[in-house]
Ligand binder design. Structure first.
Ligand code: AMP
Length: 249
């Protein structure tokens, strides 16, 4: 079974994001970029399916600038077999990404597509759902466990108030939640081996899908600075201030 896994290049989650002085976006120059953490979980799960003998090939796909090759190489070092970069200088919106991924799915014919539930830069939480709708495939979103049984896959989903398990007929789309697994670190020998794995580059325009976005960013503002806390002398004083000042009780 071929598994396609998506990898988005985003600002590393440890970086304190700075807003550009003209408020048009966030500063990306000289900023550490990494694999979106939920995509890393997706890559790890795809590789585990391969180690269990369920997946025969794991193909990592990214849509973005030439520099996204770096994140694809990391996915290859984690254990993906080959990678495809759909190169574009534009910043595609979720629907454009979903349409480009659909074109890749039609070319590659995987039985399973694993995506992160959310990109930590755009915070859309839309791409997997849109891709499933465009393909007319079943979807299991926010997966915290997956178990394959023949032509079906059981996906345990983290929903408000508990866990829900759905059974999907393959081919299917799954988006990963935080608790699905803990991704491994890419070891130095695997980073070296990854340099020799195939990485194909396709121009987004060659897939016949416009890679732009219909969204226009009006202005980006940093969050308001947090005010410092205060120390109170006693629990009675705390309760009093919560009641009279914070008005939370
Ligand atoms: P979003 O809907 O933007 O929050 O993204 C959800 C997931 O879709 C991400 O975790 C990725 O797995 C995938 N995705 C979004 N944008 C891209 C991209 N440019 N390249 C590859 N995968 C992407």
């Amino acid at each position: 079974m071929k598994v396609l896994v998506t990898v988005k290049r985003v600002v590393d989650h440890n970086v304190k994001v700075r807003v550009k002085t003209d408020h048009s976006g966030v500063e990306l120059d000289n900023v550490k970029m990494s694999i979106n953490p939920f995509c890393e979980i997706a890559v790890e799960d795809a590789v585990r399916l391969k180690e269990k003998g369920i997946a025969t090939e794991v193909v990592a796909v990214s849509i973005g600038p030439a520099a996204a090759q770096e994140q694809l190489r990391t996915a290859l070092a984690i254990g993906a077999d080959r990678a495809i970069l759909v190169e574009t200088r534009e910043t595609p919106g979720a629907l454009a990404v979903a349409k480009l991924l659909k074109a890749v799915v039609e070319r590659e014919a995987p039985r399973l597509v694993l995506l992160g539930k959310q990109a930590i830069d755009s915070d859309n939480n839309q791409t997997g759902q849109m891709l499933a709708a465009l393909l007319d495939w079943p979807q299991g979103t926010f997966a915290s466990a997956v178990e394959l049984d023949g032509q079906r896959i059981a996906v345990t989903r983290e929903v408000d108030g508990g866990l829900q398990t759905v059974s999907l007929q393959l081919p299917a789309v799954i988006t990963t939640d935080l608790r699905l697994n803990e991704p491994r670190y890419a070891t130095l020998p695997n980073i070296m081996k990854a340099k020799k794995k195939p990485l194909e580059t396709l121009a987004a325009s060659a897939l016949g899908v416009p890679a732009g976005t219909t969204l226009r960013t009006l202005r980006v503002e940093p969050p308001a600075d947090r005010k410092g806390g205060i120390k109170v002398e006693s629990v009675t004083q705390l309760v009093d201030r919560l009641r009279t000042e914070a008005k939370v009780i």
